[in-house]
Design a protein around this ligand. Sequence first.
Ligand code: ZN
Length: 350
Amino acid sequence: MYMKSKYLLFCIGTLFVVACGSTQMITTNPDNIPTAANTETPTPSGPDGLKAEMPKEEVSEPAFTSAEKVGAIMNYLASDELKGRDSGSEGIELAAQFIETHFTKNDIQPYYKSFRDTLSNFSKPAYNIVGFIEGTDPELKKEFIVIGAHYDHIGTTKPVNGDYIANGANDNASGTTAVLEMARYFGQNKSNKRSLIFALFSAEEKGLLGSKHMARNMKEAGLNLYVMLNFEMIGVSLRSKKYELYITGYEKSNLAEISNKYAGDHLIGYLPTAKQYGLFKRSDNYDFYKEFGVPSHTYCTFDFTNFEFYHKPGDEVSEMDMGHMAKIINKMIPVVEGITNAPTQEVVMK
Ligand SMILES: [Zn+2]
């Protein structure tokens, strides 16, 4: 997420006052040790501790991703070795190679001549990494969905307790991991009637430069874009909410409603502070909205009160809840699949 620091201090300051006035601030989650436990369906037991028989139609498919799989990606992307993934640095180059390998392994094609889309609006060498899975339907494949997240972060910063690497686990290794796992799902299953573009953006932290560059080029090339789904800061769960994710620009389209239809659940809600602080304009969805005028939103679980390490060295993997992330990704897969395969374009601007 991209915010000028002065602006952020204002936001957090204001929210702190609001939060302290009404409810106790929760700063740490004692249960955020990476575990698969909360992604697994509990096994029903009979009266003697024996496994109860379940009617066949209720047996659900095993979850696609897990806390372990999510953790493996997160541990690499947010490791000290990548030095905070500053755009144009050696550290982000390692992240770019990791993403390319993930795409290749999972049968995802390069969208351009290679996976790399070189930014024309940044002084150092910087690349969006862009994968593609063509739709299976002869007509619907002419419509495109961009699924994106920025994979850069701010690099190194002023030391805090001797740590100067801003690892960017929540911001935005978490969104990157969600996109990579969804890409793996569709790469393995090829269950998308519309065509999917998986975009990992660079230089978001420099002012949304990667997505600005890509949206402009795609518009000029005449891309038939249906919807843009962006993922940011989903590493820590929302607390005391009746939904598990919010989208920015909630009222601009019916995406929340359609997402909930496919989730079979109240998965997506409205976070008033997201609107108050203009988050719709602070991530990579925004330039797609500006260029194409189609529904373009960011899915997020950061609400200013559930995470205290925004753009700080403390944004580490140890602060992330891998079970939460796996759950969110597993719930989002049928949403993306439903939107991708619906016979008509049901996500519309309001
Ligand atoms: Zn950020």
